[in-house]
Each structure stands twice: as C-alpha cells, then as structure tokens.
Design a protein around this ligand. Structure first.
Ligand code: SF4
Ligand code: SF4
Length: 111
C-alpha cells in the first residue's frame, strides 16, 4: 500500500482498518500512457455476445465501422470474428449489419 499523504494531525476520519485512505486510492479514469486502452478488458462485463457467421458475411465492413471498441477482427480485408477481450456486447454490429444472419446477438457474455 502507498505511503499515506495525510498530514499529521489531519481531521479526516481514518478509514476502517485494512482499507486505504482516500488519498491512497489510485486515480481512476485516467489514461496514463498512450495506447493503454487495450489494457481495459471491456469484454469482462459483457452480458450478450455477437456471433459472426463467416459463411454469410460479405465483409462489407459496416460492423467494423460502427463498433465503438474496435472489436471487429479483420484479416486480409475480411471480417473474421470478434475480439472477445474487448467486445462489450453492445449489439451495434448486429443491428447495423445489412446481411441477415451474418452477425447475431446471443444471450450471455461467455463464448
Ligand atoms: S456488417 Fe455484417 S456482412 Fe458486413 S462485415 Fe460485418 S458481419 Fe459481415
Ligand atoms: S457487440 Fe458492440 S463491442 Fe462487440 S463487436 Fe459488436 S459493436 Fe463491437
């Protein structure tokens, strides 16, 4: 645990035993270095999951364009699936897909 930054004689109530003081809690919501958004596994809180059907997909890239998490995986100009670590299950890809059955949402976040 980080060393306390509270001044001696501070009137701020001490936290319950075993918990950090508020000044000891790491700052949240801050990008501390370029490109570190990849470290946030937004897929960990997914409750629904997109299912990609390569047999129907025309690789029109609409889902890639709309995905807010850059979670559509493209190889050699073809959509090949979904990045399961970063797809948050919002369903935008399935909603915007113009090809019936190429991208469908399923209940549950686990693949
Ligand atoms: S929008 Fe649908 S058809 Fe187009 S690339 Fe994505 S899954 Fe394939
Ligand atoms: S469900 Fe949302 S986050 Fe996941 S691939 Fe589709 S558009 Fe991207």
């Amino acid at each position: 645990m980080a060393e306390s930054k509270l001044a001696a004689g501070s009137k701020i109530a001490a936290p319950p035993r075993g918990l950090p003081a508020w000044l000891e809690i790491p700052l949240g919501g801050i990008l501390v270095e370029p490109g570190n958004a990849v470290e946030y596994r937004t897929g960990s809180w997914r409750t629904r999951r997109p299912i990609h059907d390569p047999a129907r997909c025309t690789s029109c890239m609409i889902c890639w364009l709309y995905c807010p998490d850059d979670a559509i995986v493209v190889r050699e100009q073809k959509v090949v699936g979904v990045d399961k670590d970063h797809c948050k299950g919002c369903g935008i890809c399935a909603r915007e897909c113009p090809v019936k059955g190429a991208m469908n949402m399923a209940e549950g976040g686990a693949y």
